[in-house]
Design a protein around this ligand. Structure first.
Ligand SMILES: *[C@@H]1O[C@H](CO)[C@@H](O)[C@H](O)[C@H]1NC(C)=O
Ligand SMILES: *[C@@H]1O[C@H](CO)[C@@H](O)[C@H](O)[C@H]1NC(C)=O
Ligand SMILES: *[C@@H]1O[C@H](CO)[C@@H](O)[C@H](O)[C@H]1NC(C)=O
Ligand SMILES: *[C@@H]1O[C@H](CO)[C@@H](O)[C@H](O)[C@H]1NC(C)=O
Length: 782
């Protein structure tokens, strides 16, 4: 315990809270020396090394009677005993007269005994030399007024792991020299600011492990000398704005294992001198822009073991010029760090990010940290693609080298490089990131929405707030949008519904659901839903969807789509809205059943057809994220291969390109609900017939000298090309078998290959185009 303070001064954040370093120090201590006195039987008397609370080394005459089942003091105690160890015995009373005869007694360890009243130790015994008193793990339940007034020199008082549920306001009076107070792990439910009035010199206060749900405003103002405050495991849900007011000298603060859901920004502003901050094991979901604003002296920050942390947002850590070590490890769901998450961290040397769900560390992050020396990324599902070029073994492109013209990118040391492995793409799986050459890393960075960021089910109370976080890393930076259960697309701000709402919709603020036509079409239902949503949803710039005052009608499947020029990824979450007061489970189940029944009124229509393309559209009034479109040229003699592509959620039209002119096509729309609940989706998509139509592409207007290819040959060519493409992009979500399992639906690619007769899939997004069906024809055999 004692050396911990020394180490705390030498900038070891973790030691203060865990005592790990104590062992290190003990290991390097000088050995004990013999002490020639008459020692009580079974006790050991030796000269042992001892550190004073202010870190001064002593050779202390020590009598060690630990673990002896003693019920009373062993005698005789040598008069010049400095340290008396009576740990783990059965003492409940103490003959204080014996102690009186020990003028040099400095350290008294009574921990793990049966004391239930503190007076049994301190009454009438004046121990003017006593600096350190250990009473942890006893049965104390109350500290009366002036409990320790006879111990005027006391510097350390250990009362942790008792049953203390009340402490008199003046319990510590007379402890003018106390530097260190441990009252952690008791049963205190409140913190009385008056306790601290008597402790003007206190430097370290351990208060954690007490069920204090809320700290008082200005509770610590008397502790002008406090340097370290540990508030771990208290059940703190938040922090009053002035909770830390007056802690002018505070350097180290721990909130380990509480219930904080946000960084307590306002409270932290009151302790600008802070150097070490431990927020490990809280329920914080996001580290947001400006969360640590103004903490210009912060040196080490711990954000580990947060079950719910999903994202580090843009400029989350900004202007922390002294920060040298940042730990964000073992956050099971942390899958996203914004490329500009760290701004102005000019002295950051050590970035610990292991054991998260990170797929990459964006190059911009490395570039923004000029002082970075080491990074820990092992035990993450790393994607070795273009986002990791900075880490690659060699840089194939000299221009890229120039761009990343900084010593850091390549000189940054990997901690445990042998365990820092690629998990994607499949051909690089298991390879060490540092040993993959940049030539092997794909130049393409498709969007990926990490599975860890979104749960597959989210329950929310009726009238409550639904918050869903969707993030994706890709290069170029992806656009994100959401699709609601009614099939509406919610695009990013500032004009959120511009895509979803045809210009003709006017949102009336009527609450009656009766639409003006009795036969409310799906379009009207959708418009109404759009207006409903428009009133109370918010899509935050990074991809978080918030719906306030959610109603049961908004339960269902929500899908996030991340899209860049190269491709897209989608992820769906089932939202259940629980009725207040009613059976939760049942409510959820009925909701699920309701939206899993696909309505039958989805109709595939041909809007427009050209020589080499056809535009198809459909209205579903539902979010059907695993919808696929298949098409096939139909010839008299045989059938050409069938091509399938996945249709992105929220899309209701599709431009099928690179078709052959004057050819009959059969196109089918296969509806499917969810990629996450596979079985359910399989059943429902199987039980559902695909919507199919047939049409013939237009004739080429004037005969031009062009290659007359045998249609079968052409289709073979297409197949071969496609095959090549598939091999190239194995595992990227292409699906050539219409009846087959839709796979893991990772990405849909729109590959723009500049070869004629190759399939190019182009996603159409405008919804307002006029419907044209005049080209629709029945299939015949040629
Ligand atoms: C206590 O310590 C002082 C100074 O080290 C020493 O002179 C004195 O003899 C000690 N007292 C006893 C009872 O040993
Ligand atoms: C819209 O709602 C507001 C307040 O709820 C009400 O004052 C107003 O009359 C409503 N307007 C229409 C056109 O219903
Ligand atoms: C709003 O009112 C107008 C005119 O009464 C109507 O045409 C329109 O469909 C209504 N919109 C919705 C979403 O109910
Ligand atoms: C559909 O694709 C074809 C071929 O790329 C293009 O010429 C046509 O303009 C597209 N139509 C629309 C409405 O985007």
């Amino acid at each position: 315990m004692r050396p911990a303070l020394v180490l705390f001064q030498s900038h070891c954040l973790l030691c203060v809270f865990s005592g790990v370093c104590l062992l290190v120090v003990v290991g390097s201590l000088p050995p004990a020396l013999p002490w020639h006195v008459s020692c009580p039987v079974r006790c050991v008397c030796q000269i042992k090394p001892w550190f004073s609370p202010d870190s001064v080394y002593h050779e202390a005459p020590t009598m060690d009677c630990n673990n002896l089942l003693l019920t009373k003091l062993p005698l005789p105690i040598p008069p010049n005993t400095h340290t008396l160890r009576l740990q783990s015995n059965l003492l409940s009373v103490l003959d204080t007269a014996v102690l009186q005869g020990l003028p040099n007694l400095t350290d008294l360890d009574l921990s793990q005994n049966l004391f239930s009243r503190v007076r049994m130790v301190t009454q009438s015994a004046s121990l003017p030399s006593l600096l350190s008193l250990h009473l942890e793990e006893n049965h104390l339940s109350h500290l009366p007024e002036a409990s320790f007034s006879s111990l005027t020199a006391l510097q350390e008082l250990f009362l942790s792991h008792n049953n203390l549920h009340s402490i008199a306001s003046g319990a510590f009076s007379g402890l003018d020299s106390l530097l260190r107070l441990h009252i952690n792990n008791n049963r205190l439910t409140t913190v009385d600011p008056l306790w601290f009035r008597a402790l003007p010199c206190l430097e370290v206060l351990m208060l954690g492990g007490n069920p204090v749900e809320a700290l008082p405003e200005r509770g610590f103002t008397a502790l002008k000398s406090l340097r370290s405050l540990v508030l771990g495991s208290m059940g703190l849900k938040g922090l009053a704005e002035e909770a830390l007011e007056g802690l002018e000298g505070l350097e180290s603060l721990s909130f380990y294992d509480n219930l904080l859901t946000k960084i307590p920004r306002q409270a932290l502003k009151r302790v600008p001198g802070l150097k070490f901050l431990d927020l490990n094991k809280n329920h914080i979901k996001l580290i947001e822009t400006g969360d640590f604003k103004g903490m210009v002296h912060l040196k080490e920050l711990g954000l580990n073991n947060m079950e719910e942390l999903v994202s580090i947002e843009k400029a989350a850590l900004e202007n922390l010029p002294e920060l040298t070590k940042l730990e964000m490890t073992s956050n099971r769901r942390l899958s996203y760090i914004h490329p500009q998450a760290f701004v102005g961290l000019s002295r950051l040397e050590s970035l610990m990010l292991n054991s998260n769900s990170l797929s990459a560390l964006h190059q911009n992050i490395i570039l923004s940290l000029p002082g970075l020396q080491e990074v820990s990324l092992h035990t993450n599902p790393l994607r070795c693609d273009c986002l990791f070029h900075w880490a690659a073994r060699d840089t194939a492109h000299p221009h890229l080298e120039k761009e990343t013209n900084t010593p850091t990118a390549r000189t940054v040391r990997f901690i445990q490089p042998q365990a820092t492995l690629c998990s994607d793409p499949p051909e690089l799986r298991g390879r060490r990131v540092r040993e993959v050459s940049s030539g092997e890393m794909s130049a393409v960075c498709l969007p990926t929405i990490p599975a860890a960021s979104l749960p597959s089910y989210a329950g929310v109370q009726e009238g409550g707030k639904l918050v869903l976080h969707c993030r994706a890393l890709a290069e170029p930076e992806p656009q994100l949008y959401w699709v609601t259960p009614s099939g509406l697309k919610l695009g990013p701000s500032p004009n959120p519904l511009s895509k979803a709402l045809p210009s003709t919709i006017h949102c009336n603020n009527t609450t009656s659901h009766g639409l003006h036509h009795s036969s409310a079409s799906s379009v009207q239902v959708q418009e109404e839903a759009a207006c409903q949503l428009f009133r109370h949803y918010q899509l935050l710039p990074e991809g978080t969807l918030e719906i306030i005052k959610i109603s049961p009608r908004e339960a269902g499947l929500y899908t996030c789509v991340a899209e860049n020029a190269l491709g897209a990824d989608t992820r769906s979450v089932t939202v259940g809205v629980h009725n207040r007061g009613k059976n939760r489970r049942r409510g959820m189940l009925t909701k699920l059943k309701k939206f899993q029944a696909i309505r039958a009124d989805v109709k595939l229509e041909l809007r427009e057809v050209g020589e080499h393309y056809a535009i198809l559209s459909w209205q579903s009034g539902q979010n059907l994220p695993s919808t696929r479109l298949s098409w096939q040229a139909v010839y008299s003699s045989s059938h050409s291969p069938t091509y399938t592509t996945r249709v992105l959620a929220g899309t209701q039209s599709f431009n099928l390109t690179h078709l052959q002119a004057e050819t009959f096509y059969r196109v089918c729309l296969h509806l499917g609900i969810s990629e996450s609940t596979k079985q359910a989706s399989q059943r429902s998509s199987e039980s559902r017939k695909p919507q199919c139509i047939s049409f013939r592409t237009k004739e080429v207007p004037e005969p031009q000298p062009r290659l007359q290819l045998n249609p079968q040959l052409t289709s073979t060519a297409v197949t071969l090309l496609l095959l090549a493409l598939l091999l190239l992009l194995a595992g990227q979500g292409w699906d050539t078998e219409p009846g087959g399992e839709a796979g893991n639906h990772r990405n849909t690619l729109y590959v723009d290959i500049k070869v004629p007769k190759t399939v190019i899939i182009y996603q159409k997004t405008e919804e307002n185009d006029k419907y044209q069906s005049d080209q629709r024809e029945m299939p015949h055999k040629c």
